[in-house]
Design a protein around this ligand. Structure first.
Ligand code: TYC
Length: 99
């Protein structure tokens, strides 16, 4: 005899992990360069980029965006490449978002 299923099967859908991209403060990267990075790689307006740059300068770091792992890793690499090409020591890292 077939068993009667009394429990409704719950579809287990795993949400993909999300990653924050952060810029870190340092004493040497110019403020103008950080504003350019925020506009170029994180699509910020000039005003928002200036605010975010100052937040990093004062607080030490800020979240610039949240993406899938691939996109976050690519953005962080692009920022570091662009910075080294322009002889700036700017640091960018990614962090898994726990929700
Ligand atoms: N602290 C830097 C300065 O005084 C400016 C700066 C801001 C550097 C943000 C990095 O992510 C950064 N020139």
């Amino acid at each position: 005899m077939d068993k009667i299923l009394t429990q409704t099967a719950k579809p287990k859908i795993k949400q993909p992990k999300r990653f924050q991209v952060l810029l870190l403060n340092d004493d040497y990267t110019s403020m103008e360069f950080v504003v350019e990075v925020l506009k170029r790689f994180f699509s910020k307006s000039t005003e928002i980029a200036q605010e975010l740059m100052l937040k990093i300068h004062i607080e030490g770091e800020a979240i610039c965006g949240t993406y899938s792992h691939d996109v976050a890793q690519t953005k962080a690499s692009q920022v570091v490449d662009f910075s080294r090409k322009n002889e700036q020591p700017l640091m960018c890292m990614i962090r898994e978002l726990n929700d």
